[in-house]
Write a new protein. Structure first.
Length: 354
C-alpha cells in the first residue's frame, strides 16, 4: 500500500477517486484550496470508505493549500518524510476545467494549470517522489479527424484550457526524457466524466449555471432549471444532436487505481491513455436515459450549435484495456441512476446537506 498526495482531492473526480483508493488500502493526503469544492465532500468520502475517527486521521489527511505555493509544497513533502510517512506517489487533479471561462481568463488557466503543475513537479523532484498520475483531457484532440480517437491522434487543442493541458503533457515528456529511469508517469485523457457515487452522497456540484450537459439535465429534472437548450439539431449523427463518450465517474476512479498499480509495479515509463467507454451517446439519448432514471420529464428546445463543439468525440479505449486491464463497467442507465441519486438527495449540491 502506498501513501499518496491527492491534489484537488475534494473535487468531483478527486472525491470519487479518494473513496476507491481508501478502499484499496492506500493512505491519502489531500491538498486542495477549495476554490471549486468544499471540505464537506471529504467528510462524506471518509464516511463512504467507513473510516472511524482514528483511522480517518491517519488515512485521510486534508491540507488547505495552493499547488502554486512552492514553500507549502516543500513543507508537505518534508513533514511527511520526517513523520516517517513519505509520499510515494501523487495523483494530480487540481486545476481549472471550464472551456468558456478559459477563453475569458487565459492567464488564470495557464497559471493554475501549467504553473501549478510545474511547482508540483519541482517539489516532487526535489523530494525524490517521481510517480505521478496526471488528469489530462480528451479536449487535447480538438476537432478529431477520426473517431473512435486513438492516443496517436494529433494534439490540436482549440481553446486555452486545452492548450494548458497539452503544455503540461509536453512538460511531463521533457521531464521523463531528462531522467528516463526515474519518472513513472501516467497521463490519463478523460472523455466526459459524469454520474456520481451510487450512494448519492458525493457527486458533481458546479458553481452557478452548469456548462456541461449532464449537470444541466439533472438540474432540469430536479426542478432547479426550466428546460434544456440542445445545441444544434443538424449534426451528422443519428438524431442530429452531438455525440459524446460519457464515462461513469466510478469507472474513472477505478481507472486511476489501475494506472497507479501499473506505475508502481512496472519499470519507469510514461504512459498516455484514453479513459473512455468507447461508446457514443447523443444529447437526446442522455435526456431520455435521465428521464427513465428519474421518472421526471426533461423539457428541451433546439437552439443553434455552440461555438467550438465537435459533432462526435468517442474514445478508442483499447490501449487502457491492454496496459491496465481496465475497461468501463457502467453504462448510460447506471450513470443516470447514480446521477439522479445524488441530485435528488442534494438538490442544491453540497450547500444543502441531504
Ligand atoms: P473540480 O473542479 O471538481 O476539482 C478540481 C479541484 O482542484 C477542486 O477541488 C478545486 O478546489 C481544486 N483546485 C483548483 N485550483 C487549485 C489550486 N490552485 N490549488 C489547489 N487546489 C486547487 O474538477 P474535476 O471535474 O474533478 O476535474 C479534475 C481534473 O480533471 C482537472 O484537472 C480537470 O481539468 C480534469 N478533467 C476534468 C474533466 C471533466 O469534465 N470534469 C474532463 C477532463 C479532464
Ligand atoms: N450540450 C447541449 N446543451 C447544454 C450543454 C451541452 O446540447 O446545455 C451538448 C453539447 O453541444 C455537446 C454535448 O452536449 O454536444 C456534451 O457537452 P458538454 O459540455 O457536456 O461536454 P463537452 O464534450 O463539450 O466537453 C467536456 C468538458 C471539456 C472536456 C471534454 C472531454 O467540458 O472540458 O468534455 O473531456 F475536455
Amino acid at each position: 500500500m502506498a501513501r499518496l498526495l491527492i491534489t484537488g482531492g475534494a473535487g468531483f473526480i478527486g472525491s470519487h477517486t479518494c473513496v476507491v483508493l481508501l478502499q484499496a488500502g492506500h493512505d491519502l493526503l489531500v491538498l486542495d484550496d477549495f476554490s471549486n469544492s468544499t471540505p464537506l465532500a471529504l467528510e462524506r468520502v471518509s464516511a463512504l470508505a467507513q473510516l472511524d475517527n482514528q483511522s480517518c486521521q491517519a488515512r485521510l489527511q486534508v491540507r488547505r493549500g495552493d499547488i502554486r505555493d512552492p514553500a507549502g509544497l516543500d513543507n508537505l513533502f518534508a513533514q511527511s518524510a520526517s513523520a516517517g510517512a513519505p509520499i510515494d506517489a501523487v495523483i494530480h487533479f487540481a486545476g481549472l476545467k471550464a472551456v468558456g471561462e478559459s477563453m475569458r481568463v487565459p492567464l488564470r488557466y495557464w497559471d493554475v494549470n501549467l504553473t501549478g503543475s510545474r511547482c508540483l513537479l519541482a517539489a516532487m523532484d526535489a523530494h525524490g517522489c517521481r510517480t505521478l498520475v496526471f488528469s489530462s483531457s480528451a479536449t487535447l484532440y480538438g476537432y478529431p479527424e477520426c473517431v473512435p480517437i486513438p492516443e496517436t491522434a494529433p494534439i490540436q487543442p482549440i481553446n486555452p484550457y486545452g492548450h494548458s493541458k497539452a503544455a503540461v503533457e509536453q512538460l511531463l515528456h521533457d521531464l521523463a526524457a531528462s531522467a528516463p529511469n526515474q519518472w513513472r508517469i501516467a497521463c490519463l485523457r478523460y472523455f466526459n466524466p459524469v454520474g456520481a457515487h451510487p450512494s448519492g452522497e458525493i457527486g458533481e456540484d458546479p458553481l452557478g449555471t452548469p456548462n456541461n450537459l449532464f449537470p444541466f439535465v439533472s438540474q432540469v429534472a430536479v426542478g432547479r432549471r426550466k428546460s434544456l437548450q440542445v445545441f444544434g439539431g443538424d449534426w451528422p449523427t443519428n438524431d442530429g444532436t452531438g455525440v459524446r463518450d460519457y464515462i461513469h465517474v466510478m469507472d474513472l476512479a477505478e481507472g486511476h487505481r489501475a494506472a497507479l498499480d501499473c506505475l508502481l509495479a512496472e519499470p519507469a515509463q510514461l504512459l498516455t491513455l484514453n479513459l473512455g467507454s468507447g461508446q457514443g451517446a447523443s444529447v437526446l439519448e442522455v435526456v431520455h436515459a435521465f428521464e427513465r432514471a428519474s421518472g421526471r420529464q426533461v423539457p428541451y428546445e433546439h437552439v443553434a450549435r455552440r461555438a467550438g463543439d465537435a459533432a462526435i468525440t468517442v474514445a478508442d479505449p483499447s490501449l487502457a484495456l491492454q496496459r491496465l486491464g481496465w475497461r468501463t463497467q457502467r453504462g448510460l442507465d447506471d450513470i443516470s441512476r447514480d446521477g439522479w441519486a445524488w441530485q435528488s438527495a442534494n438538490p442544491d449540491g453540497y450547500d444543502e446537506p441531504g
